[in-house]
Design a protein around this ligand. Structure first.
Ligand SMILES: NC(=O)CC[C@H](N)C(=O)O
Length: 365
């Protein structure tokens, strides 16, 4: 790869951070967001919810464990990645570890970024950058190589879900509960968690009318961008609400279930991207530490009469999930499948299967 004279991050407010390249030397534009997780960069970089975003890792040393081999499980699902490609547009870090060591490392983070044509900058004061993003909110930005300039790009004006969703219906496993996974950018760990529970998972594109399937439950996945862009998925969710079989939504799935039931969303100032967000289960004293990655939130006050907040964020009071007051529908804004992040709320997959079992019993009587 040709050497570059310089590489910099330019924010929409004009702030410039100069650094050194350790990825592919290409200029890109997108939304600049930060994640405070201490580990899990292979999972974050391949999370489809980051489509269109330039990611700032606040943990000061990145790259020390390389990136993993691309082995797959018995269903052909990658064991260590959340999708088949890198979804971030660029990576901004403080210190890059040129040495790496891990039992399953295949290559270095730098080589992986270069293979995938994704730029990376190190030597950035990520503390100063993050403080700025916290004060002013997430900003658009550009990674510029040498003296090049490119147009600004706001990913939230696009239907990013259509870019990352699978194109064809796909079936995994052969278990007793048939779950339709509505893929608006699904992370692989949602599939893995479902398949551990004696399910057959039918993964379908974001705009597919899944109500035509003979299913026991619906899983609404995570996904990138502004939830208001997914009106086609919302239309099908409204049909599924009428049908009445169990529905479980995660992250974008929470926002879409909320919109389908009459609620509204808004953009958070700088979003939640971390492994340590405390959420309280409404009506209890139970607090869970959760993995999160979202820039939008459902407005707790916009929920319609049949719905109530399920979880609330203990840092800022924002919505972290909803549930129907009488029907088997619930969702979370955080990631119970984690990957990476704490697995404390994975029990929600058991709750979902239990709802499926109860609903099957009722329809058999
Ligand atoms: N991880 C997700 O599903 C994110 C949902 C949505 N794109 C947001 O940023 O709020």
């Amino acid at each position: 790869m040709p050497e570059v004279k310089g590489i910099k991050l330019v924010l929409e407010d004009g702030t410039i951070f100069e650094g050194k390249s350790f990825g592919y030397n290409k200029s890109v534009a997108g939304e600049v967001v930060f994640n405070t997780a201490m580990a899990g960069y292979p999972e974050s970089l391949t999370d489809p919810s980051y489509q269109g975003q330039i990611l700032v890792a606040t943990y000061p040393l990145i790259g020390n464990y390389g990136v993993p081999v691309n082995d797959t499980d018995e269903y052909g699902i990658p064991l260590f990645y959340e999708s088949d490609q890198i979804h971030i547009s660029g990576l901004i870090i403080s210190d890059y570890s040129f040495e790496y060591s891990h039992w399953n490392a295949r290559t270095s983070l730098s080589d992986w970024l270069i293979e995938n044509k994704v730029p990376g900058i190190f030597g950035i004061d990520t503390r100063a950058l993050t403080k700025l993003l916290r004060e002013k909110g997430s900003m658009l930005g550009k990674i510029l190589v040498d003296d090049e300039d490119i147009a600004t790009y706001d990913p939230n004006h696009e239907n990013l879900v259509a870019q990352v969703s699978i194109k064809e219906r796909k079936v995994f496993g052969n278990g007793k509960h048939k779950v339709v996974l509505v893929d608006t950018g699904a992370k692989n760990n949602i599939l893995r968690c479902l398949l551990k529970k004696d399910t057959t998972v039918v993964q379908v594109p974001w705009d597919y009318d899944f109500t035509q399937e003979d299913y026991d439950g619906i899983m609404l996945s995570n996904g990138p961008g502004n939830p208001q862009m997914c009106s086609q998925t919302v239309k099908h969710i409204q049909k599924a609400i009428e049908i009445g079989k169990p529905i479980f939504g995660i992250c974008l799935g929470n926002q879409l279930l909320g919109i389908a039931s009459g609620g509204s969303t808004y953009k958070l100032k700088y979003g939640h991207r971390a492994h340590n967000h405390p959420v309280i289960k409404v009506g209890t004293n139970s607090c869970y530490i959760s993995s999160q990655n979202h820039g939008y939130a459902l407005d707790n006050n916009s929920l319609t009469d049949d719905w109530e907040p399920f979880f609330v964020n203990l840092n800022d009071g924002s919505n972290e999930g909803i549930r129907h007051k009488s029907k088997p529908f619930f969702s979370t804004q955080f990631h119970p499948e984690a990957s990476s992040g704490p697995t404390d709320t994975e029990f929600l997959f058991d709750d979902f299967i239990q709802l499926i079992e109860e609903s099957k019993k009722i329809s058999n009587t």
